[in-house]
Design a protein. Sequence first.
Length: 385
Amino acid sequence: MTTYLDYAATAPLRPEVAAAMAEVLSTPLGNPTGSHPPAQRARRLLEEAREGVAAFLGRDPGEVVFTSGGTESANLAVLGVAETTLREHGEAVVLCSAVEHPAVRESARAAAQTGVDLRELPVDERGVLDAEALARTLSSRTTLVAVMTANNETGVIEPVAEVAEAVRRRAPQAHVFTDAVQAAPFLDLAEVTAGADLVSVSAHKVGGPVGAGALGVSPVVKLLARQHGGGQERERRSGTQDVAGAVGLATALRLAAAERDTSTTRVAALRDRLRDGLLGVTEGAHRTVPAGVPVLPGHLHLCVPGVEREELLVALGAEGVCASGGSSCASGALEPSHVLAAMGVAPGLAAGAVRFTLGYGTTDADVDRALAVVPAVVAALRRRA
Ligand code: PLP
């Protein structure tokens, strides 16, 4: 029996998405740039999907660039904006929150290698962006401010509207990019990211396919393409589009939007039951994010002293409970979390950090099972230590 509590890593493919993609793939599909009927069909499906994604983001269809996922969207946003400015003005200054996903962080570091001035914006002990530090750092030289909508490790929701407002006031020439990959399953991005100029989403975090995503780009943004070729996606991302992937993304977002209110209440209640149950019986365990801080409904991040997180995750996995340490590199190895370090969590505590993330398919039975397994596994590991 598998109790899947790792939705923030990747959510199971929604059956409706699989069906929509199967239908797209089951009849001849041409290249969307062509003129014959199969090409016209591909183009129609692609543009319908674009309208769906645009509606979800609260943007015009022309602002949607289809990509291969959250990582590519972040690279396109950060490097695309920074390089344009560097070319046109001879300098570019990028401000990046200290808790960004590696997709954003490493894109910003890559930009720094090309001469972009990169500054890190600190967060407080809750993981929330330090608004005063932002205000102090913004200037007439600022090019781009990257602040995620919600954090992948802790689920902490960042004040994107306030950030956008501060940027408009103090650095009106600058653009705001928000990585909304984790927020998309639960938050109304049309509202929450309305002040941002660039916003990224990824299908597989919402119950869509891996390998599909999008970047919303306001018309005011000048963006240098990262991928050159036939000029698709209005010269912003060349390459024949993945029509089935785009349909999968649009379908997953439509379902997430339709169930947003009920899902938020339902999932938050399950998460709270899991949290209270685990904290009640797991000695020394505590919430990484203090009570009262706005967090995504599906996220539960705990620090469990006296256990090593990789050992804990493997032992939980052996019992069929799938959780995560929150941060990992491509090899799957757990690395020290820059997010927890930025929040000032002591390394000893961070060593026992575990993230449970719930989503659209999580049930009461999943929570019951986790409540039965996790405390027993922690106790067994502590006895062995
Ligand atoms: N941004 C955030 C906040 C994420 O959680 C992830 C995935 O872990 C990404 C970006 C990268 O998305 P993708 O896996 O689609 O490349």
